[in-house]
Write a protein that binds this ligand. Sequence first.
Ligand code: SF4
Length: 333
Amino acid sequence: MPDTVDFLRLEGLQVHFPIKGGLFDLVLGRPASAVRAVDGIDLNVERGEIVALVGESGSGKTTLGRVITKLAQPTGGKLLFDGCDMTPERGSSALRPYRRRVQMIFQDAYQALNPRHTVFDIVAEPLQSLRLVDNATQLAERVSQALTAAGLNPPGDFFARFPHELSGGQRQRVVIAGALAVRPELIVADEPVSMLDVSIRAQILQVLVNLRDKHNMALLFITHDLPLAWLIADRIAVLYLGKLVEIGSADEITFNPRHPYTVALRNATPQIGANPARDELQAVQGEVPSAARVPKGCRFHPRCPLAFGRCREEEPPAIDVGPQHMSACWLAK
Ligand code: SF4
């Protein structure tokens, strides 16, 4: 028995959505298939750690975040939180302590906020539904604290405002305040700044980093933006078609990527100064394949001698390529 347990641990986590076959499949006896949105993820996050999940749309990042916050149910593998197996489906009352400890910040603040509710009601709602306050004074105090922590000052000025009366940055801060109000220990932030102006992004990122520093809160930061991940995260995990293809320290993954997909993501990223000629940027080739028909090998290394050989026969395991740096590519060694 290990003397320390991982704060959050995913073991072979899977989310497969079955696809109903048509008449032809029935006649031809084709086996039922499934969309493999998340396909055997092993990952751990420690207290106070910021881990970024990076990948294109359709790589399974959001589905994984929804499973961790128990908004979706895995079809296989294990979700362990602070030593407790959270995999089985539970009713809302049994989930109440977990919901207090694990919160999610959504990408689209417009959709996440009820337009008919004031800022006060929005931030107060989780405190009331999780029964974390005893009276109105406590409620007002906790709402004020959450708004202040999210950078909405003075908090009283925002109590009676409606979402449409706020700027994009302020709306995202209200979403963050709603998550913070319950004092979570882990936040899953799904592209929390991708819809904001560049000038506001840094402020929101700073709020999240401050929370980690002040409260030792862990953060799983979901993004498609590798430089942003490098800026905020301690470690970066790269997801491709539901699989974790590379993981390591933020510096290692950004400056010494060993999987061709991570290299492709990096080469497709504009960098001020470093890449002055626009044509030096390389777009990630081709469309993201369907998660229902995942091809063997990878499309990022067209001249890889193993793409039609070994990689088709045998999926590369996570290979150790440096201190706490793993890459699922036979060529990474
Ligand atoms: Fe891609 Fe596999 Fe070749 Fe690595 S070994 S570059 S994963 S085809």
